[in-house]
Design a protein around this ligand. Structure first.
Ligand code: ZN
Length: 198
């Protein structure tokens, strides 16, 4: 701490127009920089811990709320592990030894958002709480859940609907994409439940 303050003090003595490193930046400044850097690293690590703690706390509260209010909870059985794996290198057929862009950068963004959401952690907590409260949690295959019309059952050809609005080309049903996905997951979960009564 004191080193840092001393170093700053010395910089403050610098004459106007004098280059920053002219006289005083020797080993002490380097040390101060290292100390600053270390402090910054520790601060960031502390923030990460805080965020993790808050996220975990949030996951616990959300799971508890769901378990208290619902007897049956359905969720998409997302293969988190598969999704966070790095894409395989794609060889260029025309140039041996050369690799084509494989979407690694885009995938890295996806990885980040998935790890960030802590979906797997949340599901683990939810399953544990549901089990101890005697509630049912049903994992549903996410296939077509976002592109099936909940009104008429038409499956849209669009593979990954990206818009917030769902518009059925067959019956004209219009809804929020999240509502459609959720409804489809719940229905699929109830179908599974009725097929294998506990
Ligand atoms: Zn429809």
């Amino acid at each position: 701490m004191r080193k840092h303050e001393v170093a700053l003090g010395r910089h403050a003595l610098r004459l106007p127009g004098e280059p920053l490193q002219a006289r005083h930046c020797g080993a002490e400044c380097a040390e101060a920089r290292t100390a600053n850097h270390l402090r910054a690293v520790q601060k960031v690590a502390g923030l990460h811990r805080k965020v993790r703690r808050q996220r975990l706390d949030h996951a616990h509260k959300t799971a508890l709320g769901l378990v208290r209010e619902h007897d049956v909870i359905a969720h998409e059985d997302l293969k988190i592990r598969n999704m966070v794996q790095a894409p395989k290198p794609k060889p260029d057929p025309e140039q041996p030894g050369v690799f084509l862009p494989n979407g690694a950068a885009a995938k890295a963004g996806l990885n980040h958002s998935i790890s960030d959401a802590g979906w797997g952690v949340f599901l683990t907590i939810l399953h544990a709480k549901a089990e101890s409260a005697g509630r049912e949690v049903i994992a549903v295959k996410p296939r077509n859940t976002s592109r099936t019309c909940p009104e008429c059952g038409h499956v849209s050809a669009e593979k990954w609907p990206t818009q917030a609005k769902f518009h059925c080309v067959s019956c004209g049903h219009l809804a929020h994409a999240d509502t459609v996905g959720t409804l489809n997951v719940l229905r699929a979960g109830l179908v599974r439940r009725n097929a294998n009564p506990a």
